[in-house]
Design a protein around this ligand. Structure first.
Ligand SMILES: Nc1nc2c(ncn2[C@@H]2O[C@H](COP(=O)(O)OP(=O)(O)O)[C@@H](O)[C@H]2O)c(=O)[nH]1
Ligand SMILES: [Mg+2]
Ligand SMILES: [Zn+2]
Length: 292
């Protein structure tokens, strides 16, 4: 797996890390790996740990800003308080993940500061996301609650943290990786130390063959432009009602005989989930010219 740095690529292999550039052929095709890429490598020198990337394997997922390939799990962080829970931001992150074919996981951090009543309230919100089919983990970087469950989810895959500033992304990362020098880019044999600050996305290997990407300054919540009909599939508890409304082209916005409206009234679908579905759908209508 590749970690992109300023002028070269660090490739993590079963035989340790190698410092690499791309082959002439890849350069000619203007093909450049990014962090998360799986590549084929020709080793040039095992002592200085130099190599050349000859092929970039097909990406399973790709997000642009920051560039990250093959990420399969987006840990969507929020807090119940400090900062107060922002459900629109959370839903936006989930939709962002789903539109990029990443599995989202809902993570509520800073559980240590919650009273029993607040925990009960949070549990009701958590149930809404479970009902939508998402894994939910409650964590605390301070008490380490939930960290094992979180790392289990990351097993064997590339995960990344996302979420607004202040929810504890950096703190969680440094709790999980107390010796941050374990990051794969830190090749002690190369005269490249100190260049870390220029790196976009760093990778931290987990013992369980997983990785967590550190993605500073990312603009996750800028949803990509897609046809508005696709948004409903990002709200599974709404999409499950397909075919149950009176009109088969129902968009679930106050039409008569709408099964979704009925479930909202009954409290089966949370009102904010329905409102965000409509909001994001309308945003996509506004972005139509970007893809048509
Ligand atoms: N009580 C509590 N505070 C936390 C926790 N995690 C982070 N914080 C605090 O929240 C603030 C923001 O954390 P930071 O990791 O910088 O958030 P980021 O902006 O998402 O990277 C800092 O003051 C942290 O000490 C936690 O689990 N519990
Ligand atoms: Mg941070
Ligand atoms: Zn409907």
């Amino acid at each position: 797996m590749v970690e992109e740095q300023k002028n070269y690529f660090v490739v993590d292999t079963a035989e340790g890390s190698f410092l690499t550039t791309t082959s002439g052929s890849l350069k000619k095709q203007r093909k450049k790996p990014c962090t998360g890429d799986l590549v084929d490598l020709t080793i040039i020198d095992t002592d200085t740990r130099r190599g050349v990337i000859t092929t970039i394997r097909k990406r399973t997922t790709y997000i642009k800003r920051p560039a990250l390939a093959n990420c399969s799990l987006l840990l969507c962080l929020s807090t119940f308080k400090e900062p107060p829970l922002n459900l629109e931001t959370l839903d936006r992150l989930l939709v962002y993940a789903l539109l990029h074919e990443l599995q989202p996981c809902v993570v509520f951090n800073k559980a240590d500061i919650l009273s029993d009543d607040e925990r009960d309230e949070l549990e009701r919100v958590a149930d809404v996301y479970r009902h939508a089919g998402h894994p939910v983990v409650t964590t605390s970087a301070f008490s380490r609650e939930g960290l094992d469950a979180l790392l289990d989810l990351c097993s064997g895959r590339l995960a990344a943290f996302a979420g607004p500033s202040g929810v504890g992304k950096s703190t969680l990362l440094s709790t999980i990786f107390p010796d941050i020098d374990f990051r794969i880019g830190n090749l002690s044999c190369c005269a490249t130390r100190g260049t870390h600050t220029t790196t976009n996305v760093t990778l931290h290997p987990l013992g369980n063959k997983g990785y967590i990407a550190d993605t500073p300054g990312l603009a996750w919540i800028d949803l990509p432009a897609v046809p508005e009909e696709n948004i409903v599939f990002c709200f599974d508890e709404i999409a499950r009602n397909t075919g149950k409304c009176r009109f088969n082209n129902c968009i679930h916005d106050n039409e008569p005989g709408c099964a979704v409206d009925e479930e909202v009234k009954k409290g089966i679908i949370a009102p904010w989930r329905h409102a965000h579905y409509l909001k994001f759908r309308n945003e996509m209508i506004g972005k139509r010219k970007q893809y048509r």
